[in-house]
Design a protein around this ligand. Sequence first.
Ligand code: ZN
Length: 264
Amino acid sequence: MSVRLTPEQIERYSRQIMIPDVGGKGQIRLRQGRVLIIGAGGLGSPAAFYLAAAGVGTLGLVDSDRVDLSNLQRQILHSTADLGREKVASAKDKLARLNPEVEILAFPVRLDEKNAADLIAGYDFIVDGSDNFATKFLVNDAAVALGKAFSHAGIVRLQGQTMTVIPGKGACYRCLFKDPPAPGEILNCQQAGILGAIAGTIGSIQATEAIKYLIGMEEELLVDRLLTYDATAMRFHTIEVRRDPRCGACGDNARGERKLRSMA
Ligand code: ZN
């Protein structure tokens, strides 16, 4: 891969290259970057659009669903003409149209315990846009075990939350929430509803975190901070969080086991 930008690339990305934090060097880093997006839905749509537009070199998309009429109110990667298509195929078309330079890898599968490590291993950063607790904990545990940075997010009704996990540098998702809630204990957006624009805001923050990570601004991410967004009162808050030494994913014992494995 050439490490120089062509005149066309310089023009396409000019408005971000002129930002001192990005520059030509940052643009090349984006081009060499690989981001995996779990879920081509409400959060994955804005995240994927902005990452493709920004020139991230490789985007992986994981989603086993097909486009349903009730998705279109928020999952802006998909159009009415895509009803019934695989979401990852529909997403790939839109992203390729936006930026043909980006390599889009489509995985029409559901992330599970068997494929999680293989899917995540080849990427620099993971955007978790999943809509259920089991997948959120699975992404966390696999990313922590592999030492991969990722962005967590959750949305419901007029509210959202997001935090970034850099294994070894701060709290993980399991440090905060310990275990998945019992079924029915917390409503998800399928049961409680979600305003599409809330997904847009939070998914865009996830894309921003991925971009900042790739260009080397990893000291200034949402690490050890849970950002909450309540659009009812239109307020953002930041809650400081701490790594739990007894955490089942990143705690001292879990970490010790990993150290032993890596030394073996
Ligand atoms: Zn943890």
